[in-house]
Design a protein around this ligand. Structure first.
Ligand SMILES: Cc1cc2nc3c(=O)[nH]c(=O)nc-3n(C[C@H](O)[C@H](O)[C@H](O)COP(=O)(O)OP(=O)(O)OC[C@H]3O[C@@H](n4cnc5c(N)ncnc54)[C@H](O)[C@@H]3O)c2cc1C
Ligand code: SF4
Ligand code: SF4
Ligand code: SF4
Length: 351
């Protein structure tokens, strides 16, 4: 007997209403008739148009089921071995941008912005999807097209943005362009599922040529940071940067810094992160975080040949300086990885 088609209603019941949805926006971006919008109370997907029962939204969602080995085969041409605790990894670096202005505005070492700049400059990509924010710290995806463009959006915004939907806008504007994306681990999983599923919107999935993943422990709900700051007596408009350091958030306000214990912001964190076991964006071309490097530098794990070539090219062209990550740095990433794998991803993740 033929299996029943899985369409929007199934996605709504099994993922959105089940509390598994990460608001990655892959379903909305992949709907061929644009029947899904990310407009629910927390920026979640909602059906607003006429569904033609094509099944794509259900099958691109990583939370309806994701095989890591299928995704690795599609992204890297091989599956990780049991000894590869951090997933497939070619090299581990500490990287710092050479642009002094970028270093003043970036989150850690400015590696993500500088490497995107190099990728645009050298024609590896034509457009980069990055994340900006408004005064209340609500994340807003943007399209950067010039090599200096990504630097304007440096710095972490600690909530998920509908960046994959923005990539569709980029693809519609320039159908043959090569798109680079900065994404959280759950969004990297979505992109890889879009690229490996037989039900997909290939006009978009085939155009995503470079995936720069971030490390991630948890994220806020869409308007959660603003609310958490207000409750801590900080005007969100006055906060210029936010750093997660151990058990507290450090918020830069004017020339000073205010600390807020992370256990006070629990209600503003996204519930679906409870089911997420990927710390280091294991399916990205390169993964970036602060963990493992000294302050002012970004850790980078290259995973694909393209990722390794990008780092080497950017270093040779003077966009970044680059040094090998030490053993202690690697141990710190392994520790964070093991801690996050203790969460329960059994509802959707397969080996
Ligand atoms: C929600 C979140 C949680 C994180 N958790 C950890 C963690 O637990 N441990 C750790 O080591 N590192 C974590 N990071 C990564 C870290 O904060 C830095 O992003 C990373 O080290 C790169 O720094 P950079 O100076 O090279 O980046 P920059 O050069 O400052 O560039 C940052 C890039 O990230 C993009 N960006 C910003 N916010 C988002 C977002 N929400 N989604 C997608 N792209 C975004 C920007 O557009 C920009 O392109 C987290 C980041 C985020 C957004
Ligand atoms: S594809 Fe992403 S936004 Fe859509 S239901 Fe799945 S997790 Fe949610
Ligand atoms: S048309 Fe296809 S992708 Fe769009 S909502 Fe319906 S089943 Fe999902
Ligand atoms: S913890 Fe996982 S689900 Fe939550 S934002 Fe980070 S990558 Fe996405």
């Amino acid at each position: 007997m033929q299996a029943r088609p899985k369409v929007w209603g199934n996605l709504l019941a099994e993922v959105v209403r089940a509390g598994l949805c990460t608001r990655c926006s892959a379903c909305a971006a992949s709907c061929p008739v644009d029947a899904i919008e990310m407009i629910g109370p927390n920026g979640d997907p909602m059906l607003t148009g006429r569904c033609i029962l094509c099944q794509i939204c259900y099958h691109v969602c990583p939370r309806t089921g994701l095989s890591i080995s299928e995704a690795e085969r599609a992204a890297f041409g091989r599956v990780r071995g049991p000894e590869e605790i951090l997933g497939i990894c070619i090299s581990a670096y500490s990287i710092r941008a050479r642009d002094g202005e970028l270093l003043r505005r970036c989150q850690d070492g400015g590696a993500v912005s500088a490497l995107l700049g190099y990728a645009l400059d050298s024609g590896i990509i034509d457009e980069a999807i990055v994340v900006d924010r408004d005064e209340k710290w609500i994340p807003i995806p943007r399209i950067a097209t010039k090599s200096a463009g990504p630097s304007a959006y440096a710095g972490s915004k600690f909530a998920i943005a509908p960046a994959i939907l923005k990539a569709k806008e980029a693809q519609l504007g320039f159908p043959n362009s090569k798109i680079g994306m900065v994404a959280l681990p759950c969004q990297v999983q979505s992109i890889r599922k879009m690229q490996s599923s037989k039900f997909t919107y290939s006009k978009l999935s085939e155009r995503i040529s470079l995936v720069l993943g971030l490390f991630c422990t948890r994220a806020f709900t869409r308007d959660g940071i603003g609310k958490a700051l207000s409750e801590a007596g900080i005007d969100p408009k006055a906060a210029s940067r936010i750093f997660a350091r151990g058990s507290e958030l450090r918020i830069r306000v004017g020339d000073g810094e205010v600390s807020v214990p992370i256990d006070r912001i629990g209600p503003h964190l996204m519930g679906s992160c409870d089911y997420c076991t990927d710390f280091s964006s294991e399916l990205a071309d390169i993964s970036f975080g602060s963990t493992g490097s000294e302050i002012g530098w970004t850790t980078a794990l290259t995973r694909s040949k393209l990722g390794e070539e990008l780092v080497k090219g950017a270093a040779e062209s003077g966009f970044v300086e680059c040094k090998p990550l030490g053993e202690a740095g690697l141990r710190a990433i392994i520790e964070a990885t093991k801690k996050k794998r203790a969460r329960d991803s059994s509802k959707y993740l397969r080996p």
